[in-house]
Design a protein around this ligand. Structure first.
Ligand SMILES: Cc1cc2nc3c(=O)[nH]c(=O)nc-3n(C[C@H](O)[C@H](O)[C@H](O)COP(=O)(O)OP(=O)(O)OC[C@H]3O[C@@H](n4cnc5c(N)ncnc54)[C@H](O)[C@@H]3O)c2cc1C
Length: 582
C-alpha cells in the first residue's frame, strides 16, 4: 500500500513530536512513524532535567549557557549551533509550560531549577541552577505533554511501524538525490508500506545498545543513522560517545546526575570524595567525561569498593527523606528494586554506563541533513535529536542539554519542513519501492541455517565495551575494528528462528543488529583515526588535545572494506579554544 503525507516524521521521542506538532500547527499533513508506541520512546526515561537560562532562582544568561556548552564539548561544538541552543532553550521551556507541562515550582510559583554538571555562572565561576525539572521524571512529562498536544493538533500516528528503508528521487542520498519517503514494516503483520512525502525527518534516537553496560532501552539501535549511512550520507563525530558516571553496578540502569545536582557525593572504598583530585572546583558536578574517567582511575588504582574493587559509591543519604522523596523518587527506587540498597541509609554502588551519542547524522542549523564537508544539503531530508549531530555537544554533552536539543532543533525542524513543504512538489517513487528491502528481509528470514543474532550482539557489546569505552588506545580500538569487521562478515549468515509475519520481533532484532554493526564500524574507525584526546574520546596513547590537527569534525562514509573518513572545520565564533579545567 502507498500512503502520502506532505511531511513524515520517523520517531516519536521528544524531537519527533515537537517537529510533528509544529508541522500540524502549520496545517501540513503529517504522519509520524514509530517502531514503539509513542510514549514508550526513550525520551520518557529521561530523568534529571532540561536546561534553559531562565534565571528563575539565581542570575543566569544564555551566553553563560552557550559558553558552558562549548567548553563542556571540549571546543568541538559548532558555536553558531550552541548559540541557537542556548537562546531558544528559554522560549522552548516557556512553550512547554504553556502546553501544560507540570514542572516543579519555587515557593513563589516559578519553574524551579537545579544544578547539573558543567553548568556554571559567569563563564566558569561555580555551579548555577539552570536545569528545569519535573521531579526525576522530566522526560516522561515532556513526552506526555507533546504527545497530547500532537493528538490535539491532528497529527496522524503510525504506531509500531518499523522504518526499514529511505526513498530518494533523482539519485541516492549521498549523490544529490532528494528525499521521497520511507518504507515502513508494519510490525503487526509484516506488511511493507510505501510512505511518500515531500519532507522526511529522522528522529530515531541513539545507539547505546552496541555496548554491554548501557542506560539505553533495547530499542536504541541507531536505525536512522545506519539508514542514511547505507544511502551514502556520512555519519559525523561517531567516535564521541558519552559514558554517564552513575549507572547501577553491573546493570547500567541510570541514576540521574540530578542526584549530584541536589548534593549527592561520590565516594571510593575509603569513603573519600575522590573528585577533589580531578576537579577541585566543580567536584561531582564536573562534566561527565571527567567524572567517568575519575571513577575508572579510582578503580584502576585499587580504591574501588566491593569484593572485586570494581565500583564506587553514589551517596545521597545526607539529603534527607524530604528531598529524596520530592526530587529523586524514581532513581532511589531503582536502587531499592534492582540492588536491594536503601539510599536513605547507605551509599549506592555505581559504575559508568554507555549513555549518549554525541555524533550522528550531520545537519545544519535548520535541521537539514548535509552530506559533505561543504555542507551540501540533501533536499527534503531532516534530522533532529540524538540521531542528529548539529553539533551542539561536540566531544562531550552536558547533562540536560539533550532534552533541550530535542526541543530547540525538533521545533526548528518542524518549522523548516513546513516551509519546505509549501514550495516543494510531491516526489515520484517507484511502483514497487519496497522491493530492495523486501529482498533483504526475505533473505534474512529464509536462511535454513546460520549464526545466531543474539550471539553476535553479545560479542559486539563485549568488544565495544572493552575497547571503545571510557579509555582507549590505538591497539584496543584496532581490536574493535577487526572484531566488528568479522562480526559484519558473520552477519551475512545470520539466521532468524521465527519465519512468520505476525509480530516477528526475531526478524526485526536481527535487522537492528545490522544497524548496530554499521554504527559500531563508523565509531571504531573514526576513533582509531583521531590521534588525540578530546572530551569523551580519551586516548591513553595520545593524552593531549591537539587543536593544531584535530579541531575538526569527522565524517565517516560507508565503504569497503571500511568507511572513508573526511573532515570538516569546527565553527568558532565567540570562544577561542582554551585548556579545559574545572
Ligand atoms: C535513562 C536516561 C535518562 C536520561 N536523562 C536525561 C536528562 O535528564 N536530561 C537530558 O537532557 N537528557 C537525558 N537523557 C538523554 C535523552 O533522554 C535522549 O538523548 C533523548 O530523549 C533522545 O530523544 P529523541 O527524540 O532523539 O529519541 P527517542 O526518545 O530515543 O525516540 C526515538 C524514536 O524513534 C523511533 N524509532 C527508532 N528507530 C525506528 C525505526 N527504525 N522505525 C520507526 N521508528 C523508529 C522510536 O520508536 C522512538 O519513537 C537520558 C537518557 C536516558 C537513556
Amino acid at each position: 500500500m502507498q500512503i502520502d503525507h506532505d511531511a513524515l516524521v520517523v520517531g516519536a521521542g521528544g524531537a519527533g513530536l515537537f517537529a510533528a506538532l509544529e508541522l500540524a500547527k502549520s496545517g501540513v499533513s503529517t504522519g509520524v512513524l514509530t517502531k514503539l508506541y509513542p510514549t514508550r520512546s526513550h525520551t520518557g526515561a529521561a530523568q534529571g532535567g532540561v536546561c534553559a537560562a531562565l534565571g528563575n532562582v539565581e542570575e543566569d544568561h544564555w551566553e553563560w549557557h552557550m559558553f558552558d556548552t562549548v567548553k563542556g564539548g571540549d571546543y568541538l561544538v559548532d558555536q553558531d549551533a550552541a548559540e541557537v541552543l542556548a537562546r531558544e532553550a528559554v522560549e522552548c521551556i516557556i512553550d512547554l509550560e504553556h502546553m501544560g507541562l507540570p514542572f516543579n515550582r519555587t515557593p513563589d510559583g516559578k519553574i524551579d531549577q537545579r544544578r547539573f554538571g558543567g553548568h556554571t555562572r559567569n563563564f566558569g565561576e561555580g555551579p548555577v541552577r539552570r536545569a528545569c525539572f519535573a521531579a526525576d521524571r522530566t522526560g516522561h512529562m515532556i513526552l506526555q505533554t507533546l504527545y497530547q498536544n500532537c493528538i490535539k493538533a491532528g497529527v496522524r500516528f503510525y504506531d509500531e511501524y518499523h522504518v526499514v528503508d529511505l526513498l530518494f528521487e533523482g539519485g541516492d542520498g549521498g549523490d544529490g538525490g532528494r528525499a521521497a519517503g520511507v518504507v515502513g514494516y508494519r510490525i503487526a503483520d509484516g506488511e511493507l508500506h510505501t510512505f511518500r512525502a515531500k519532507a522526511v525527518l529522522l528522529a530515531t534516537g541513539g545507539n547505546g545498545r552496541m555496548f554491554r553496560i548501557t542506560s539505553n532501552a533495547h530499542s536504541l539501535t541507531g536505525d536512522g543513522m545506519a539508514l542514511v549511512y547505507r544511502h551514502g550520507i556520512p555519519l559525523e563525530d561517531m567516535e564521541f560517545y558519552q559514558f554517564h558516571p552513575t549507572g547501577l553496578y553491573r546493570l547500567g540502569i541510570l541514576l540521574s546526575e540530578a542526584a549530584r545536582g541536589e548534593g549527592g557525593t561520590l565516594l571510593n572504598r575509603d569513603g573519600e570524595r575522590f573528585m577533589s583530585r580531578y576537579a577541585p572546583k566543580l567536584m561531582e558536578l564536573a562534566p561527565r567525561d571527567m567524572v567517568s574517567r575519575a571513577i575508572y582511575l579510582e578503580i584502576r588504582d585499587g580504591r574501588g569498593a566491593g569484593p572485586d574493587g570494581d565500583y564506587v559509591y553514589l551517596d545521597v543519604h545526607h539529603l534527607g527523606r524530604q528531598v529524596i522523596e520530592e526530587k529523586l523518587p524514581d532513581i532511589t527506587d531503582f536502587a531499592r528494586v534492582y540492588l536491594g540498597v536503601e539510599p536513605l541509609k547507605e551509599p549506592v554502588p555505581i559504575v559508568p554506563t554507555a549513555h549518549y551519542a554525541m555524533g550522528g547524522i550531520p545537519t545544519d542549523l535548520r535541521a537539514r541533513v548535509v552530506r559533505d564537508e561543504r555542507n551540501a544539503v540533501v533536499d527534503g531530508l531532516f534530522a533532529a535529536g540524538e540521531a542528529a549531530c548539529v553539533s551542539v555537544h561536540g566531544a562531550n554533552r552536558l547533562g540536560t542539554n539533550s532534552l533541550v536539543d530535542l526541543l530547540v532543533f525538533g521545533r526548528r525542524a518542524g518549522r523548516e519542513m513546513a516551509a519546505y513543504c509549501r514550495v516543494a512538489e510531491m516526489p515520484a517513487v517507484a511502483a514497487d519501492a519496497p522491493a530492495p528491502v523486501r529482498a533483504e528481509l526475505d533473505d534474512l528470514r529464509g536462511r535454513p541455517r546460520g549464526e545466531s543474532p543474539a550471539v553476535l550482539r553479545t560479542e559486539l557489546q563485549a568488544t565495544m565495551m572493552a575497547n571503545v569505552g571510557v579509555f582507549r588506545t590505538g591497539e584496543m580500538i584496532a581490536t574493535a575494528v577487526r572484531d566488528v569487521a568479522s562480526l559484519k562478515e558473520r552477519y551475512e549468515r545470520v539466521r532468524v528462528e521465527d519465519r512468520g509475519s505476525v509480530f516477528n520481533t526475531d526478524l526485526l532484532e536481527a535487522r537492528e543488529l545490522g544497524y548496530l554493526l554499521d554504527g559500531a564500524e563508523a565509531m571504531a574507525h573514526s576513533a582509531l583515526a583521531r590521534t588525540e584526546s578530546r572530551g569523551a574520546h580519551s586516548r591513553e596513547d595520545f593524552p593531549e588535545r591537539d587543536d593544531a590537527h584535530w579541531l575538526a569534525h569527522t565524517l565517516a562514509y560507508r565503504g569497503e572494506p571500511g568507511p572513508t573518513l573526511r573532515y570538516k572545520p569546527v565553527t568558532v565564533t565567540r570562544f577561542e579554544p582554551k585548556p579545559r579545567t574545572y
